[in-house]
Write a protein that binds this ligand. Sequence first.
Ligand code: BES
Ligand code: ZN
Ligand code: ZN
Length: 468
Amino acid sequence: MKITFKDSIKDLKGEVLFVSVDSKNKDETVKENGVKTLYLKCDETKMNLRKLYLLIRKMVVMAKGVKAKKLVFNFDDLRFKNIKISKYELGELIGSQLDFANYEFVKYKTPTKEGFNFIEEIIILGTDKEIEKAILKGHTIAEEVNKTRTLSNTPGGDMTPSILAKAAKEAVKNLPVKVTVLGEKEMERLNMRAILSVGRGSDEESRFIIMEYFGGKKGERTTVLVGKGVTFDSGGINLKPSSSLLGMNMDMSGGSAVIHTLALVAKMKLKQNVIGLIPSVENMASGKSYRPGDIIRSMSGITIEVLNTDAEGRVILADALTYAKKYNPEVILDVATLTGAAAVALGERASAIFTEDDELAKKLEEIGESTGDYVWRLPMWEEYENEIKGSLGDFTNVHNKDSRYGGASYGAIFLYQFIKGKAEGVKAPKWAHIDIAPRMTAMAGENLATGALGTPVRLLYKFIEQIK
Ligand code: BES
Ligand code: ZN
Ligand code: ZN
């Protein structure tokens, strides 16, 4: 989709759908005297940022509904008194939401004769050079979000660890990001037994994807992003029930988000050092699978008592977090579709975040609110550690009394074991765990295509952009 800018509607050629935003409207498209208009109802006095996201997306979805190819609106029509953001922030927001709403995963669909219903061009009136720059920046951000969605939406048969690794290279082609992919032999040499154990049940080889972008000065603060890259989660020997298997091709959504955040950071030439780490496996049930009761000595030396092979995300992240420390990072953020329990707690409206650091939590909440990648903090107190103490190993990968209560917090406190206990004399990194399972897919009413959401690329990107 193209975004262009014009001074007046007089310059428009061809069939165009005009947008009119007003409280007196009802949502409809009308053709009057040969002119097509999309009326959007919007009560200015009740507007807020969250509603603005929905409004912009509704505009695109309705236009697609009437097979419009060109859409035109006035920038000022989307400025509301109640919404206290600058016109540049608004520009970026508009730019990103237009593309976000125009996306659909059609790779496996046969087009009809008329083709797919995508908007081809959006013309915005009443902008200035700075606003235009902001809108185009939003457009670039959304492009990476949509590429994240495409990777996540890809069926498990076509998205294996080695394909994900290729996709990581492809995502940063011609960008100054170094991608190194470790195979199983290399992981063995590094003692990444936690990752290797989970991947063992699959015919597909596991991979450890390393993406390095040094936009800052050498030795300057580094941020490490870790993304869960389970390309299909069958549950393993603790096989999931049928109803829970569908959608588990998207269990690499944390990984795809990290891949495209790195691409975005490099595209925008941020002066930051950012590393992306994606442990990638397929969690399958076979004669070679890791078993309930197995005890794995992870790369850190900590042993993991596997009580449930379906809690595999935290097991592979254990080695990735250990590896992350090698960069002596200031901040580590991990992103994972880790627990159904996070969705039980929050519904599908926000990702769950866990951190010891109040300041970091606050920052993530604020950026979440301003980007639409909403997050909500859940507890990860030390007390939770009691329920993951192992009987034969150091820590169990699920609650040691087999309770389902507080599942998201137990996932987080397990990961925390691999963050704390840094070597002496080295400052512990700030760390937050982002459980995106609740926001893996779009909900009805969000004015977005069904399937993967591409969260939290915008949150991660803005977080890095705001580092001083
Ligand atoms: N990938 C799943 C979590 C998940 C569920 C993500 C639904 C997105 C939607 C994860 O590996 C898993 O299976 N977690 C278990 C943990 C349990 C065994 C403690 C879960 O949530 O049931
Ligand atoms: Zn699982
Ligand atoms: Zn999983």
